[in-house]
Design a protein around this ligand. Structure first.
Ligand code: SF4
Length: 290
């Protein structure tokens, strides 16, 4: 767990894996030196996500006071969202947990639909203009969705269960705060369900009941100002490709190689990078060519 420790992380986020396909070094530097700014685009993107979630899911007001409270809230809201999926055929913002190469992996699926008796995953990406995203951008989004698809399948097929989660996060040792328990009482959450282990069992127990997970994965590009769809990109899940992705990213997390800068033909990415010429000088001497 050397690299994770160095970056002061306890788990890998699915978005970290996706970012490795944009620039692995940039992903690492965001942890080492801090993400420099939360850009206006990111803020607008978050707003759109919240709006879309509000349209589908019943809001659950819970104010966590500690890490165990936070973990409970995440499992509870995701369980409720999956519960609603059975009747509404659509749900949003489902937090998902799993394991890749022995590392804890966590992410949030934007949207799950039930269509033609299949479970369909969609990732929303907001854009500041109406242009169709570049291949390099689409690749990172594609990787993100493929990892979600794999993690959901792992739970559905019993390869990653509530017991795996409970052991990995040591939740049996965790206690919810008194104040949080009062909030759960106010929501009439059954006393028997007021522990992380109990809610984890519910969450991991509902996923195997989902219909077959579709191999067709969707990325929806949305204009952040108008909220309108720019393009719906569809692609097929490929198990072999997924395995290659895992092998590639794990070499970094296992410390078998250092974080890679972008290759020569992708130097153009450096122009948009806050570390360019400061913490990262990989392509700085060539700056005139970018
Ligand atoms: S300057 Fe370029 S190579 Fe370096 S971290 Fe940024 S994008 Fe990656």
């Amino acid at each position: 767990m050397g690299v994770l420790n160095e970056l002061h992380k306890s788990s890998i986020r699915v978005s970290d894996i996706a970012s490795q396909y944009w620039c692995e070094r940039q992903m690492e530097y965001n942890y080492r030196y801090g993400a420099k700014t939360i850009s206006k685009e990111i803020k607008e993107g978050r707003l759109i996500h919240e709006e879309l979630e509000g349209e589908v899911n019943v809001p659950i007001i819970l104010m966590p006071k500690s890490y165990p409270d936070f973990l409970y809230k995440s499992l509870y809201t995701s369980y409720m969202a999956l519960n609603a999926l059975q009747t509404n055929k659509k749900t949003r913002e489902v937090q998902i947990y799993g394991s890749i190469g022995g590392y804890k992996v966590v992410g949030k699926i934007d949207q799950i639909d039930i269509k033609n008796n299949e479970t369909l995953l969609t990732e929303d990406k907001t854009r500041a203009n109406h242009n169709i995203p570049s291949e390099a951008q689409t690749l990172t989004h594609k990787v993100q969705l493929m990892v979600y698809r794999k993690m959901l399948e792992d739970i559905k097929s019993g390869n990653y269960t509530a017991d795996n989660f409970i052991r990995a996060y040591r939740t049996s040792e965790m206690k919810l705060t008194e104040e949080f328990i009062r909030q759960l009482d106010a929501l009439s959450v059954d006393k028997k369900l007021q522990s992380i282990d109990a809610i984890a069992k519910r969450f991991f127990g509902i996923i195997p009941l989902l219909s077959r997970i579709s191999d067709s994965l969707h990325i929806r590009y949305i204009n952040q100002f108008t909220g309108k769809e720019i393009k719906l990109y569809k692609f097929s899940y490929d198990k072999l490709e997924m395995q290659e992705i895992i092998t590639y990213v794990l070499k970094y997390w296992n410390g078998e190689r250092e974080a890679m800068p972008v290759p020569e033909e992708e130097q153009w990415k450096c122009k948009f990078c806050v570390f360019f010429g400061k913490e990262c000088k990989a392509w700085w001497p060539q700056k005139g060519l970018i």
